[in-house]
Write a protein of this length. Structure first.
Length: 231
């Protein structure tokens, strides 16, 4: 989807060498490393488990960050791999999708009068209300779980890289960089936006209201508290 190209230490020595060192510090197998030909600064991890994982960084990210900041970002992605967050998010998304599909079937069945005899109208209205509300509840649950996993990956990534402030600076730069060069909000990009370290869309867009990511300012504050020994 993102036309990512796998690279090795001869093609991208800075990135691959950094990931190799961080994976060793995290006691993880070396993941496959990809570069995405996109100027929106961002990164993501994918794979069902640490033995079958990959990390990817955009060209925009590599051009924007210094080594400490880039190490913080890649350590964050390795933390997702270590916590098996890709598998967790996939399960949560599947359950949320199933709830939405079931609710849709119930809603349209009631609207088109599966029960046409006029009995139990109050029960039908209650069921219809739940069918409308259930997908929203599922979405909110998915967002809450995703945001909690981002906070956990920030903390673990800071420990892996031994530098909370490097990741804090990176998040600030990424947020500013996305405002300058956001990713286009195609349906495919919207569906995979939760994988990235930060939302790839502008903060003022409606999509930001439904973001699976916590506010960058709150993430930075937590990392700064961690650097001060408050967490």
């Amino acid at each position: 989807m993102y036309r990512a190209q796998e690279v090795d230490d001869t093609q991208a020595p800075r990135l691959v060498g950094m990931v190799q060192q961080l994976a060793h510090q995290a006691r993880l197998p070396m993941p496959r490393v990809y570069i995405v030909p996109n100027q929106t600064p961002n990164a993501f991890a994918t794979g069902r488990n640490p033995e079958h994982a990959a990390v990817a960084a955009t060209e925009g990210l590599l051009n924007l960050l210094d080594d400490e900041e880039l190490a913080g970002v890649m350590a964050h992605e390795l933390a997702h791999i270590k916590h098996r967050d890709i598998l967790i998010s996939s399960v949560v998304a599947t359950v949320a999708g199933a709830i939405s599909a079931l609710a849709s079937m119930i809603k349209w069945g009631l609207i088109f009068g599966v029960n046409r005899n006029g009995r139990d109208q109050g029960s039908n209205l209650g069921t219809l209300a739940m069918a409308i509300v259930a997908p929203l509840i599922a979405l909110l649950l998915q967002m809450a779980i995703s945001r909690s996993r981002e906070f956990a990956a920030d903390a673990e990534g800071a420990r892996i890289a031994h530098n909370p402030l490097g990741l804090a600076r990176a998040l600030r730069k990424i947020s500013q960089g996305v405002e300058r060069a956001p990713m286009d909000a195609s349906p495919a990009h919207q569906a995979s936006a939760h994988l990235f370290i930060a939302s790839p869309f502008r903060g003022r867009d409606m999509l930001a209201l439904l973001s699976t990511h916590p506010k960058v300012e709150e993430r930075i504050e937590r990392l700064e508290q961690m650097a001060r020994g408050e967490r």
